[in-house]
Ligand binder design. Structure first.
Ligand code: B12
Ligand code: SF4
Length: 521
């Protein structure tokens, strides 16, 4: 059998990093690790090709070569995924759809011949056999979540590695917490399952052997879901790095209680972690309690963030507006919190009720669900009726984005973060990473786009001058963040413009909001 694995294109969002990737000559942030894992699970006698439409075109001759198309995706890729399925089916090509989208969109709506719901480790051999015999079922779903020991070494040979800015390695799945809006725990469960340390090191060896020397994202739902196992891996990573004298830097996602464990933060620092994404959600404690984000309560959020930053790790933060508890002052409080936190990359989204979550079930019970949403919480498409007047919420959301991504505000946060990180750590990473071809290219492009043609070029030059003098030890990090800021500034301008042109009077806030959503799509 010839299997064609296809990854649909992402829409342009805050999360696509599209406008920053251009600076370094990359086409996407990360490769489709799910498909690379599925490829490795398929019989070795099968021939495989992978087309990630975020970095290359899907050609008719790829489709002509294939006996089966295996398509993956998130909810947000739905439109592009459906178009691919339709294109395959029009040519009579058998289609299989899998990935996180199958947990939020009913199988029948995916229009594929076969749908694999959830994690696939225990299902692929049966599916492959059935496909060969022509007896494949419409839907496959495992009774139990697989042990991570059964997850194979992803097939790295199928991707065009240098078109991505980061490589992905997964250590664990699942998270022990129970946030109401979260679909991670519905898809991957609340009991963190980890690979063996040796599996992770084998993946890193594979990347190194293929010539990869840049950043690696440990794509766990919550890297510290099982702290003991996280510590075990960190020790091994530190040894691995010193053995190969490699410059691999690691990024990951974790929960805020990381700040309670100095040993773990030190081990992460020693292992080469330079950034961590944290779900902070809201500075309003009543919102945290109502959404069951209890691990963020009874503490100073700002102190917790500063503690993690003091270990040389940049904190990226996820924030949500639209909780039932949000009052008129939430927008100002959010901006003030973000500005004093020193979190340059603050992903602020409107609350989305993802199908399958506890939040979705509650709101449906209260008659407040408008539709299933589209999986993107960084634009203005609310899929439920909020407590706050909906147009007010959307306007407040826009005002937060405009304020935090104005050049001045953004550079202030970068400077605060730089002043907090450990200078020695920064010097090490700066020396190792700064003089690469892609960084030099990014620097020159940044000067031209932001310094010569940028609308706020004076802020940019002021920042550059300070970075070169006051923060010269971490000049590389400063430049990387300047380039990333460009993406957020462009996205904020685009969203704001789209909202202006879509704004129109309407009888009901919810309807007007959906209209804005349709027009900005
Ligand atoms: C890394 C990551 C990213 C990367 C991109 C990765 C990439 N290239 O795809 C970044 C950081 C850019 C990102 C962004 C976003 N992400 Co994201 N991301 C992840 C994360 C943490 C890991 C993905 C991964 O590599 N997993 C490892 C692989 C091995 O797992 P897997 O993909 O699930 O694959 C398994 C099965 O699903 C199945 N499978 C997968 N594909 C296929 C295909 C076939 C044919 C078959 C049979 C089986 C199969 O087999 C695999 C082995 O079991 C996941 C969480 C998670 N645990 O997966 C969230 C996750 C996928 N992201 C999510 C979301 C919502 C987003 C954003 C929309 C964020 C936002 N709030 O706006 C953006 C969208 C991007 C954009 N441009 O706008 C959601 C998706 C929810 C959903 N129901 O669709 C997840 C599940 C997290 C969550 N909150 O629940 N993300
Ligand atoms: S901490 Fe994050 S991953 Fe864990 S349940 Fe809450 S939102 Fe989900």
């Amino acid at each position: 059998m010839n299997a064609l694995l296809i990854y649909p294109e992402f829409p342009e969002t805050y999360w696509s990093f599209k406008h920053a990737l251009k600076f370094v000559g990359k086409r996407a942030a990360q490769p489709p690790l799910g498909l690379m894992t599925v490829a490795a699970l398929l019989p070795s006698t099968w021939k495989k090709q992978l087309v990630d439409t975020n970095v290359e075109r899907l050609r008719d001759r790829d489709l002509a070569w294939a006996d089966v198309a295996m398509v993956s995706g998130m909810h947000i890729q739905r439109k592009a995924l459906l178009a691919i399925v339709e294109r395959c089916r029009a040519r009579g090509l058998r289609t299989v759809v899998g990935g996180p989208i199958t947990s939020s969109v009913p199988a029948a709506e995916l229009k594929a011949d076969h749908v694999v719901i959830g994690e696939a480790e225990s299902l692929i051999s049966g599916l492959a056999r059935d496909l060969e015999e022509g007896t494949a079922k419409p839907v496959y779903q495992a009774d139990e979540r697989p042990a991570m020991a059964t997850s194979p070494l992803p097939d790295l040979s199928l991707i065009k590695m240098h078109r991505y800015s980061t490589m992905a390695v997964q250590y664990s799945r699942g998270c022990p917490f129970n946030c109401e809006f979260c679909d991670i725990i519905e898809i991957y469960g609340r009991r963190p399952r980890t690979k063996a340390v040796a599996q992770v090191l084998a993946e890193l060896d594979q990347l190194r052997a293929a010539g990869w020397r840049e950043a690696v994202f440990i794509v766990d739902d919550n890297f510290i879901g099982n702290k003991a196992r996280a510590k075990e891996l960190c020790v091994a990573l530190a040894e691995w790095r010193s053995q190969y004298k490699t410059s691999f830097d690691f990024n990951t996602e974790a929960s805020l209680n990381l700040a309670d464990d100095p040993e773990l933060m030190q081990l992460m620092k020693d292992a080469g972690f330079i950034s961590v994404f944290l779900g902070i959600e809201t500075p309003d404690e009543s919102g945290l309690i109502a959404s069951n984000k209890l691990q963020n309560t009874r503490r100073s959020l700002l102190e917790s963030v500063a503690k993690i930053q003091s270990y040389g790790m940049q904190v990226m933060g996820g924030f949500i507006l639209g909780f039932d508890t949000d009052r008129e002052d939430i927008f100002d409080r959010m901006v003030e919190f973000i500005q004093t936190s020193g979190i340059p990359i603050a992903m602020v989204g409107l609350l989305q009720a993802m199908p399958g979550t506890q939040l979705f079930r509650r709101l449906r019970g209260e008659g407040r669900i408008l539709d299933a949403g589209d999986g993107d919480n960084t634009d203005v498409k609310l899929n439920f009726i909020p407590h706050m007047d909906a147009p007010r919420l959307v306007e407040g959301y826009r005002s937060v984005l405009k304020r935090i991504y104005s050049c001045e505000a953004y550079y202030e946060r970068v400077k605060l973060y730089l002043s907090r990180t450990h200078p020695r750590h920064e010097m090490r990473t700066t020396r190792q990473r700064w003089l690469t071809w892609s960084n030099v290219r990014a620097f020159v492009t940044s000067i031209v786009r932001q310094g010569v043609f940028g609308r706020q070029r004076w802020s940019y030059w002021r920042f550059l001058a300070q970075a070169a003098t006051r923060y010269r030890r971490c000049f590389g990090t400063a430049m990387t963040l300047a380039v990333m800021g460009y993406h957020f500034q462009v996205m904020t301008q685009k969203l704001s413009k789209a909202m202006d042109s879509a704004r129109q009077p309407a009888e009901s806030g919810a309807i007007s909001l959906r209209e804005i959503g349709r027009q900005t799509r």
